[in-house]
Design a protein around this ligand. Structure first.
Ligand code: GTP
Length: 299
């Protein structure tokens, strides 16, 4: 990987909003078709990486928040909304999208899913091209600010990509200082291997995020599959000896849980049974070592 500056930022971003406000359009405009990852049943996996954008100063990792549903009020959906709430709690920035025509009750419901204390929520007012009266924008922004202490409010036109760079600049401010978690050369790869590595990394991050401040890398060391079954051996690579114990957990409990969750998601993605073995290895300073990053390739 190319050099990155000391104050490089990297973090996770969720784009949320009621149906039809233009979330997919916005995400596609930002990340481009080439990196959007699709899976057979996306709604069953939380926090899947949709795409990664890297510039000179930051890496933006957009994650999915499936189950962000306000249409139906049944118990299942309520349960999913709870999980969405925890997903949002784990992201560094949340972009709430509404339409320029103003707040609807469904938008309010989405806002209710966000913690009122959150300081990392940006409001994107989309479809400004449809506004007949641009002067209505200021009152709408003031009204929005009265509803929630948004970190920023950015009017955009997702379809034409207008002011999307302003939105990115606001998101960037919310991302923590981190080295890039993804090699920009690798994330465009949509191979099952890459996705499997990402699933494992995501599970580790989910279970250990608070304890491990820096990224964890994953290598796929063995991959063999036939029609019915895949056999995968993977390694979680941590930076310090002390981190190894954290990842493994008491009696191996954390690592087992990471493997169990990852195996289920990989199985679902591939549509076959998966045998998954996950090992942990210490690789000092892997974040700084260009050569190491190359061999962490997911090809
Ligand atoms: N005029 C205009 N239309 C837009 C803009 N952005 C999105 N749209 C349109 O709005 C509609 C909904 O866009 P989507 O991106 O599918 O919305 P979504 O929020 O992902 O919808 P769900 O998948 O149902 O949650 C589509 O017809 C888009 O073409 C915009 O900036 N201006």
């Amino acid at each position: 990987m190319t050099e990155y500056p000391e104050d490089f930022r990297c973090g996770y971003i969720a784009v949320v909003g009621r149906p039809n406000v233009g979330k997919s359009t916005l995400i596609n405009t930002i990340i481009g078709e080439k990196v959007s990852i699709t899976s057979k049943k996306p709604q069953t996996t939380r926090n899947r990486v949709l795409g990664v954008v890297t510039n000179d100063k930051a890496q933006f990792i957009f994650v999915d928040t499936p189950g962000f549903q306000t249409k139906y009020g049944n118990a299942l959906i309520r349960g999913m909304n709870r999980s969405v709430r925890s997903t949002l709690g784990e992201t560094d920035a949340v972009v709430l999208v509404i339409e320029s025509s103003g707040w609807k009750s469904a938008d309010e419901k989405v806002l209710e899913l966000i913690s009122p204390q959150a300081k990392n929520v940006i409001l994107a007012i989309n479809k400004v091209d449809l506004m007949k009266d641009r002067d209505a924008l200021l009152p709408l922004m003031a009204q929005s600010m009265a509803k929630f202490p948004f970190a920023a409010i950015v009017p955009v036109c997702a379809e034409k990509g207008k002011q999307v760079s302003d939105l990115m600049a606001e998101i960037e401010k919310l991302l923590p200082e981190n080295p890039p978690f993804f090699d920009p050369d690798i994330y465009t790869d949509k191979s099952p291997r890459f996705l499997a590595a990402e699933i494992i990394r995501e599970k580790a991050f989910r279970l250990l995020g608070d304890e491990l401040p820096y990224g964890i890398a994953v290598t796929i060391d063995k991959w063999s599959e036939d029609d019915k079954r895949a056999e995968i051996i993977a390694t979680l690579i941590v930076e310090r000896e002390a981190h190894k114990g954290i990842v493994i957990g008491a009696q191996g409990e954390k690592l087992r849980e990471i493997s169990r969750l990852a195996r289920a998601d990989i199985g679902e993605m591939l549509g076959k049974n998966v045998y998954l073995e996950v090992w942990v290895r210490v690789r000092k300073g892997w974040n700084d070592d260009a050569r190491a990053l190359k061999t962490l390739g997911y090809e």
